[in-house]
Design a protein around this ligand. Sequence first.
Ligand SMILES: N[C@@H](CCC(=O)N[C@@H](CS)C(=O)NCC(=O)O)C(=O)O
Length: 270
Amino acid sequence: MQSRIQQIQNQLKPDTMETTQYTFFDIPTNSTPPRSWSPNVWNARAVLNYKKVPYETEWVEYPDIRVRLAEMGIPSKGGLMPYTLPMMRVTTTPADGSEPQITYLTDSFDIAKYLNDNHPTPPIDFDTTITDEAIKMFNANLMDTFVGLVLCDVDLVLPERSAAYFHETRPKWMMMPVKDFKQKKINEGAWEKMENGMKVWVEFIGKNGGPFIQGEKVSYADVKMLGYMMWAKEAGPRDVWEKIEGWGGEVLKRFMRAFEEKGVLNRITY
Ligand SMILES: N[C@@H](CCC(=O)N[C@@H](CS)C(=O)NCC(=O)O)C(=O)O
C-alpha cells in the first residue's frame, strides 16, 4: 500500500495532474503588435487579466472569424453575425494523458462567468440587477453616440482586409454607408448627447464613492463599462477619447486607474 506521503507526491507530479489551457480569440488592430479594441472582447479579456490566469491569444481578422470558427466545428449562430469573437478554447488534458477534452465558449458573458466559477479569486460580483441597471443606463444614454462617434471610425485602426469587411457588412444594418450613418448621428446631436450621457455615466459609476459602481467591489457591470471605455480609447478617433476623458473627469480617471492597478489593462497585445 502507498503511504499517504507517496500518494500526495504522486498527485503533485506534473505528469499526473490534469492541465487546462486557454486560447483566447481576439480581433487585431493594424498596429504591431496588434491591440485588443472590441468592447465585447474586453468583457472577457478583462476577466482573464483580472484573474491573472495564463492564456494565449490568437488574432483572427474579421473576414476570417467565420472560417476559423467553422473549421473548429463551432455551430453558426445564424443571422447577420453567425460567428463572433471573443471565443475561448478550453483544452483539458486528463491526468492519465488520455485524449484532451476541448470546449469552446463563444460568448463574452459565458467566458467571464466560466472564469469566475473556475477561478474564484479575486472575485467578481455577477449580480444581475447591477449589470442590468448599468447596461440599461449605458444603452439609454450613450450607446447611440458610441455607435455614431466610435464604431463608425473603427476601420481606421483595422487591418486592410478587416476594414474592407467592416465596410461591406455594417451598411447592411445601418441601411446606408458608414460615413453617411456617422454624419446622420452627428446631425442628430451625437456630441451633445455624448456629453450629457457622460454626466449620467459619471453619476452612476461614482454613486458609491468609486472607483467602481459598488465602491471597492468589482462587478461584471464594471467590466462591461470598462469594455465600452476601452472601445473608445483603443478604436475611436483620438479627439473622441479626449472628449470622453474630459467629460468623465476624476470618476473616469479613478475607474480606469483602479482597473490598471489590478493588472486588468496590462495584457492588451498578447
Ligand atoms: N454577444 C456576443 C457579441 C460579440 C460580437 O458582436 N462580436 C463582434 C465583434 S465586436 C464580432 O465578432 N463580429 C463578427 C462579424 O461582424 O462578422 C459577445 O458578447 O460575445
